[in-house]
Design a protein around this ligand. Structure first.
Ligand code: PGA
Length: 245
């Protein structure tokens, strides 16, 4: 079973997750991180930015990788996931731009780009820490439920449910990209440490599914985390409202 920690509030969840990154950073100033995007990590990234500003953590030697990116949003498109991390984290933590990585989703050959991105991660010795959100359908990164999974970085068609969930960040559903490049299951599982965060009542059903999960199910992608020896799931009380802990 996975290691679950439940906090009373979203703020406490965010601080706890940020503290896990800060703890890893103490042991390795050139920490290699895979960073999530979306609604869940905003508080954690704010806390990491605060730590950087107040001198409690030094991110200036770290390396940070986007877990996924929408096709075909340019790096500087305000809706891109790279812009999200730039806005919520990089600019505050003063991570050198050359230490921040994202798949080039405008590359002419996207399959070659996936291979290139995977290789950059390998060349950095894989991730020391990966912070994940979780989709309502159990996706991690953008590894959507499918009969089969790619272990390395790959192109993915987003499920209708994911497009609908992400419509809140766009003017309309039609504006939400339908494809993305995501880290593969293997890329994530090679990380030395994994922290999954979830908050809010809308994540209660998927968190219960994760809590009850005892075997790998490709139609419930987060179940692959059972293969990893160092996963911590941090949820707030609302996300944990359908099980007892
Ligand atoms: P969210 O997305 O943080 O916006 O809920 C989570 C995810 O899809 O991984």
């Amino acid at each position: 079973m996975l290691n679950f920690i439940i906090t009373e509030t979203y703020s406490a969840m965010s601080i706890l997750a940020a503290n896990r990154v800060a703890a890893a950073l103490i042991n390795k100033p050139d920490l290699v991180m895979a960073m999530p995007t979306g609604g869940t990590p905003v508080g954690m990234l704010a806390e990491m930015s605060r730590m950087a500003k107040e001198g409690e953590a030094d991110f200036t030697k770290t390396f940070s990788f986007n877990i996924d990116e929408y096709i075909p949003l340019a790096k500087d498109d305000p809706q891109s996931y790279y812009s999200f991390l730039q806005h919520h984290f990089y600019q505050h933590a003063h991570i050198p731009t050359e230490n921040t990585f994202v798949p080039d989703v405008q590359a002419a050959d996207l399959t070659a780009e996936c291979i290139r991105y995977e290789q950059i991660i390998v060349d950095h010795g894989d991730f020391d820490i990966t912070i994940l959100g979780i989709g309502h359908d159990g996706h991690i990164g953008f590894n959507e439920p499918h009969a089969t999974h790619s272990s390395v970085c790959h192109l993915i068609d987003l499920k209708t449910e994911t497009i609908e969930a992400n419509t809140r960040f766009f003017a309309s559903k039609d504006d939400v990209p339908k494809q993305a490049i995501t880290l593969g299951m293997g890329t994530i599982l090679r990380s030395k440490e994994i922290v999954l965060i979830a908050n809010g009542v809308s994540k209660a059903a998927v968190m219960k599914q994760l809590y009850d999960c005892t075997r790998i199910d490709p139609l419930f992608p987060a179940s692959f985390l059972l293969l990893h020896p160092n996963v911590t799931v941090i949820g707030d009380r609302e996300a944990a409202s359908l099980f007892n802990l």
